[in-house]
Ligand binder design. Structure first.
Ligand code: ARG
Length: 585
């Protein structure tokens, strides 16, 4: 159940009834800032003050009286200039938790009333290169959003829009001819491709003729030359193998792999249409959208000096051209209502311009750039993606290190008697903890901010970190193992929220649906992380004060029920952001 929405409907009915109005009026509901003042605050009387010519406090009084008579509400009182503060009724909370418990498939989270079809464009690395730390954020934020939106009931299409068609291929083709080592390519393809690419781009930087040759090879590739096409397919294939390994490790999957190359045939038509409709024009042989030419563009672009170039003077198409074609495909072939682009903040201008062009073309899809900040090293500077000797720190090696560090932490925990992991489960637990730690450290941040990559804080069984939450889950799950009980059956108990710690836990559990919806609506997975962290803390408070297995009768049943609900919600919440759990540790 969506709690705030339900309270809003109660609030607006109460306003109508209390003031004898001819129709319902909106009531805005917010959590209170201090539990002293109740659980939620309803604002509805204040906007009516003017209309009805009475002081809002006077209007709020009868509203509070009507609300006090409602099942869900224990007490409603007027506050401040005309708010109504409400305290939820304990029995009502307990009955709602019971409803959520019986809904094992969804934990009480409703399905959206109007599902839409949403493309999530994420990860999308440039191939023939190792994925590096910079691709981590797009991959895990995009995956989390896709999971959240599809759980809400939307139809989600996960698309990996690979950079597989740019200038790098011209360089790679001549570079392989010049320096390529076929044996090395067979043995470790990405390493060899990278080595050659580096040499070729260095050479192109100070050798005009070489750079020109690369452009010729690219043009040949793009116009279908068999030999270059064969080489390109080979590069793509070996890169795919490498990417797949990383996605497997991260438990990330895609419905589509439509890279830039997939849109090649549509590009001339795109440029043609932009020209015909007077959106773009030729300038020194290139085709561009100049912002001063077009009416009806967002303010931020109006003074934008950089044009949106869709074709270079040598005839080549660009990232911008493929992106326009991609939106048209998503509208016409996929019938998508929305597309989310999970891409670094630094591409903000590109997307602003792209979305403005799509609007000029009359595309009414909802297009959003889901930007994110930079990962910083301990020194506060962008995390270096090369080590001291200049080698790329790949995503694969970073994940490997995380698993190793997790294993070390777990071994320490075992030695100190805090953790218990069976030797045969060690690999799996280290994997779940190590990968989960990297994901959580990223996802718990507001995505727009930069964050510092810090192994020690990240792999920690204390504080706001992935392993702490996974441990909280394992600990609550282990209570059932210890008692020889079934967690799912226990969840169905009748809940009583007598002790303050039980009530606090119950209220936190009740907020889950709202948090999931808010995270989905605002594309902010960190809201779920925050909620799960607060839930784990509320559970600790409860567990410290209320005996569970040692309690008796109805109280034992109820506490086991609360424990089961907590475990389920932690597991579900972490699952929605792509983080796994283990039952024992
Ligand atoms: N390949 C691009 C990069 O690595 C990201 C692509 C994002 N998606 C898009 N439709 N532009 O920077």
């Amino acid at each position: 159940m969506l709690l705030e929405r339900y309270l809003e409907s109660l609030g607006s009915d109460a306003i109508q009834k209390a003031l004898g109005l001819d129709g319902p009026r909106p009531a805005i509901v917010r959590p209170t800032t201090d539990p002293k003042f109740g659980d939620f605050q309803i604002n509805g009387a204040m906007p009516l003050g003017k209309e009805l010519g009475k002081p809002p406090r006077e209007l709020a009084q009868p509203i509070a009286e009507v609300l006090t008579g409602v099942d869900a509400i224990e007490k409603a009182e007027v506050a401040g200039p005309g708010f109504v503060n409400i305290h939820l009724a304990t029995d009502w909370i307990a009955s709602k938790l019971h409803e959520a418990a019986r809904d094992a498939g969804r934990d009480g989270v409703p399905v959206v009333e109007e599902p839409s079809k949403i493309v999530v464009d994420f990860s999308s690395p440039n191939i023939a290169k190792q994925m590096h730390v910079g691709h981590l954020r797009s991959t895990i934020i995009g995956d989390a959003l896709a999971r959240i939106l599809s759980f809400m009931g939307h139809e989600v299409v996960r698309d990996n829009h690979l950079g597989d068609w740019g200038t790098q291929f011209g360089l790679l083709i001549i570079g392989m001819r010049e320096w390529g080592d076929e044996a090395a390519l067979q043995a470790d393809p990405i390493v060899e491709l990278e080595r050659v690419y580096k040499l070729a781009s260095e050479r192109a930087g100070n050798d005009q003729a070489f750079a020109e040759q690369a452009r010729v090879e690219l043009a040949k590739l793009q116009s279908g030359d068999t030999e270059n096409r064969r080489l390109w397919e080979h590069f793509v294939e070996v890169s795919r193998g490498n990417l797949d390994a990383v996605y497997d490790e991260l438990d990330v999957s895609f419905d589509l792999w439509l890279g830039e190359s997939a849109y090649h045939d549509a590009l001339p038509g795109v440029v043609e249409e932009l020209l015909q409709r007077g959106i773009a024009r030729e300038d020194e042989g290139a085709v561009c959208v100049f912002w001063e030419d077009v009416n009806d563009v967002p303010k931020a672009l109006r003074k934008q000096k950089t044009p949106f170039i869709v074709q270079k003077k040598d005839g080549a198409f660009l990232y911008s051209t493929t992106d326009i074609a991609t939106v048209l495909y998503r509208r016409d072939a996929l019938h998508a209502d929305r597309a989310l682009y999970v891409v670094d903040n630094r591409q903000g201008l590109h997307f602003q311009q792209l979305f403005a062009v799509m609007k000029l073309l009359g595309v009414d899809m909802d297009l959003e750039h889901i930007g994110f900040g930079t990962v910083l090293g301990r020194d506060g500077k962008p995390l270096r993606t090369r080590d001291a000797s200049g080698n790329v720190i790949t995503l694969a090696s970073l994940l490997e290190e995380s698993k190793q560090r997790a294993r070390q932490r777990i071994e320490e925990g075992i030695a100190e008697g805090r953790l218990r992991v069976r030797p045969e489960e060690m690999d799996e637990v280290s994997r779940v903890v190590g990968i989960g730690a990297v994901k959580y450290a990223d996802l718990r941040q507001n995505r727009l901010s930069d964050y510092q990559f810090d192994w020690d804080k990240m792999i920690s069984f204390q504080g706001n970190a992935g392993p702490y939450l996974q441990y909280a889950y394992a600990r609550s799950a282990s209570i059932f193992a210890k008692g020889g009980l079934d967690m799912e059956a226990a969840a169905n108990a009748t809940i009583a929220l007598d002790a303050p710690a039980e009530l606090a836990l119950g209220k936190q559990l009740l907020r889950f649906s709202d948090v999931v919806y808010q995270a989905g609506a605002t594309s902010q997975p960190h809201l779920i992380c925050e909620h799960i962290y607060e839930l784990a803390r509320a559970f600790n408070g409860f567990y410290a004060e209320c005996p569970v297995l040692d309690a008796e009768g109805a109280s034992r049943e109820s506490r086991l029920g609360l424990t089961a609900l907590t475990a389920r919600q932690i597991r579900r919440g972490l699952g929605l952001v792509g983080i796994g759990v283990v039952d024992r540790m």
